[in-house]
Design a protein around this ligand. Structure first.
Ligand SMILES: Cc1ncc(COP(=O)(O)O)c(C=O)c1O
Length: 192
């Protein structure tokens, strides 16, 4: 079997300092993580020049290919002009433009955008907004959520609470809010 010293060296350095998400780290004693040097379109490439077709179709799907030239140029251009300013008390052109385009696409009545920095945070924000809406209309006792079996919404405590994957959830059950779980209409796993 061909050896891959560069890959192996990166895997060793990684395992000395990194905990990987949703991973039992003991598994990596037998199956090291794959060190990726770069991506191009649908391909990932390791440090030995081996290419992998990126067919990850669940988490963090890359819709437009790796190192998409147009997206990279837009990100670089934006970073050179203004990389960040908080939205509390400030605004900027990209957030206004994006929000205008999203509102134009959204169903009638959905007229504002609120931003979070990842999926879990977005779920947390949605849970809080929903609770806050009912509080604003005088129903502050309305504070339980209905969730679907087999659902996954992220790893933060609120997102975990409204999800239903025992592998991720069970250890943290004492920390999670009480939800009402109903059967998912998902046709993939249900009985015929
Ligand atoms: C359906 C779904 N919701 C929420 C999340 C959480 O997103 P993030 O990992 O950006 O927090 C994920 C992540 O894989 C997801 O698949």
């Amino acid at each position: 079997m061909r050896s891959h010293p560069d890959n192996a060296a990166y895997a060793t350095r990684d395992l000395a300092v990194v905990w990987h998400p949703c991973t039992q780290m003991k598994d990596h004693e037998h199956l090291p993580p794959v060190p990726i040097r770069r991506g191009m379109g649908v391909w990932l490439e390791d440090f030995e020049g081996r290419r992998y077709l990126d067919a990850i179709s669940s988490w963090w799907v890359n819709l437009f290919g790796h190192a998409n030239p147009r997206i990279s140029a837009a990100v670089a251009g934006q970073a050179a002009r203004l990389e960040h300013v908080l939205l509390a008390g400030f605004t900027h052109e990209p957030v206004i433009e994006l929000s205008e385009e999203l509102v134009a696409l959204a169903p009638q009545g959905l007229t504002r955008c609120f931003y979070a920095d990842n999926g879990s945070s977005a779920v947390e924000a949605a849970l809080k907004m929903s609770f806050h809406y009912w509080r604003n209309v005088g129903r502050s006792r309305k504070c339980r959520f209905v969730t679907l079996t087999n659902s996954y919404h992220g790893e933060t405590l609120g997102a975990l609470a409204v999800g239903d994957v025992p592998l991720y959830r069970s250890v943290y059950a004492p920390l999670l809010m009480d939800v009402i779980t109903v059967t998912s209409p998902d046709c993939f796993v249900r009985e015929p």
